[in-house]
Design a protein around this ligand. Structure first.
Ligand code: ZN
Length: 513
């Protein structure tokens, strides 16, 4: 049975409306990209007005009563069941967004956008001044606004707590209770793995990571890495580009997906791994099914799945012995033999050194998730009213000492290190660790499908691995919620075991235990 032309016509009208929203949002993304990469400092005042106005218009577009009417007519149509799976998913995703957005008062949306710009601006200054008390009042205002939104969304999304409603934005249907269970297991496993690495007599030599590599040379390395993963930033057909920002990020959609990185003369590997990381995000966006562009299904599954792709390319591929078997000679060729005296084993150990540290973005693979677990526990307790904003530095520092054994000297290297809370992104952090867990499960499946993937990688061939990621992850777009997608791809529920096995095997070899 095919859907009647009346039903299909309503469906098409709904999709047309959504297409305009997508195009509108992509324009907002370009303005945001410009703000981070090219805008002169004085532009911030006008830009924050532009962003607030655009968020108001965006909210109006998404809450257009015509959308609600069309959804209603489609879902109550006697032939609704004749729509195919993709069409139904599109309607479901638009309805979800519509219900949530209409529940949020316009005043709250605009006020949040305005406060977000202010808090981010103050955060930058407070971080430079190592002064949390400067940041505190603006963070408190933003936190109250997000809490108000979370309480409203909790009713719409039917989640157990306000914090769960925020998690659901980034990882649909995931709850803080499930995350607590997964993270407790993760924390115990990682803690014992860290102990094994730290007590090993093998101490990686990392001095070569500090060798000065000119920024111009690093830019060439970045392009070479993009070429390797098939992220085109060079040709006349290019759909990508690499720019520079303090904090690397990826933005864009299908044919225009941009990444940023940061070049430090005395820390060249920072750009190498951030380009691979953001490149992994970019491949996901560029390889969503072409026929789904402008549709809700033509987006990534979740933030956690996005992170699984970036961490896969950065770590599983980019920090592997096989990748450096191929790329170290290339790196030497590009840097005038800057690393000719470093053998492959020393090199691979150096880029995989396990060392508890204070800064998340500099953390190695083994300690990384502990940084995330700390942030998750704090957010959960903050939204449950167990801790207050003013207590954040103290709670933060205690947890860093307890979980990572490091002593935080000031709040710039502590609670103010990340931009997320300053931009109101509460509920986002768990996706980083979930991404790592998914990446472990994906790896286990890929190993079965491509038994010689490591040989291919050592020969400088990333093509089949990339095709595997496209077929098994990217091609599903947003057809399923993350818990369903991981089951469909791997046949298993979300589980930390594969990620542990990957880490244990890799680090047992590196540290000789
Ligand atoms: Zn990422």
């Amino acid at each position: 049975m095919t859907a009647s032309s009346e039903l299909l016509s309503k469906y098409q009208q709904l999709m047309e409306k959504f297409k305009n929203i997508v195009i509108f949002q992509s324009a907002v993304s370009v303005l945001h990209w410009d703000m981070e990469t090219k805008m002169p400092p004085k532009g911030i005042v006008l830009r924050s007005q532009q962003m607030a106005l655009l968020s108001q218009i965006g909210h109006k577009m998404m809450t257009d009563p015509e959308i609600g009417k069309l959804i209603d007519e489609i879902m109550k149509h006697p032939e609704y069941e004749s729509l195919n799976q993709i069409q139904k998913r599109n309607v479901y995703l638009i309805k979800k967004e519509y219900d949530e957005q209409t529940a949020l008062p316009e005043k709250l949306v605009v006020e949040t956008a305005r406060q977000r710009t202010i808090t981010t601006d103050v955060w930058k200054k407070a971080k430079a001044a190592k002064n949390f008390s400067m940041f505190k009042p603006e963070l408190e205002k933003l936190f109250e606004l997000r809490k108000e939104a979370a309480e409203i969304l909790m009713d719409v999304k039917k989640t157990p707590t306000p914090y769960d409603a925020l998690i659901d934005i980034f990882e649909p249907k995931m709850t803080s209770e499930m995350i607590t269970r997964i993270f407790n297991k993760l924390r115990d496993g990682l803690t014992s793995l860290i102990e094994k690495c730290l007590s090993s007599p093998i101490k990686p030599d990392t001095s070569f990571l500090k060798r000065r590599i000119p920024i111009d040379t690093q830019r060439k390395i970045a392009v070479e890495l993009a070429r390797f993963i098939g992220y085109d930033v060079e040709s006349k057909e290019a759909g990508g580009r690499i720019d520079e920002t303090e904090h690397p990020f990826t933005t864009g959609y299908y044919h225009d997906v941009r990444i940023t990185t940061h070049y430090y003369e005395d820390n060249w590997s920072s750009a190498v791994f951030s380009v691979l990381h953001e490149g992994g995000h970019a491949l996901y966006e560029q390889n969503l099914p072409a026929e789904w562009i402008y549709q809700p299904v033509g987006t990534a599954c979740s933030s956690g799945f996005h992170e699984s792709q970036s961490r896969f390319v950065e770590n599983v591929v980019g920090r592997s012995r096989e990748f450096w078997t191929y790329f170290l000679p290339k790196l030497n060729a590009l840097t005038g033999n800057a690393f000719a005296d470093i053998d492959l084993d020393t090199f691979v150990r150096g880029v995989n050194e396990v060392k508890p540290s204070k800064i998340r973005v500099e953390a190695d693979e083994v300690t990384y998730c502990l940084h995330i677990i700390i942030r998750f526990e704090i957010e959960r307790d903050l939204f449950a009213g167990k801790i207050a904003v003013e207590e954040l530095p103290q709670v933060w520092n205690e947890k860093y000492e307890k979980y990572l054994g490091v002593k935080i000297e000031n709040d710039s290297e502590g609670v103010m290190q990340d931009t997320h809370w300053a931009s109101g992104l509460f509920g986002y952090f768990p996706s980083y660790a979930l991404g790592n867990i998914y990446s472990g499960q994906l790896l286990a499946k890929m190993q079965k499908d491509i038994p010689d993937w490591k040989t291919q990688l050592a020969e400088g061939n990333f093509k089949q691995i990339k095709q595997w990621l496209i077929k098994n992850v990217h091609s599903y777009g947003n057809l399923y919620d993350p818990a369903d997608l991981i089951r469909i791809i791997t046949g298993e529920e979300i589980d930390v075991e594969h990620y542990f096995r990957y880490l244990n095997e890799k680090y047992a070899r590196l540290y000789g235990f």
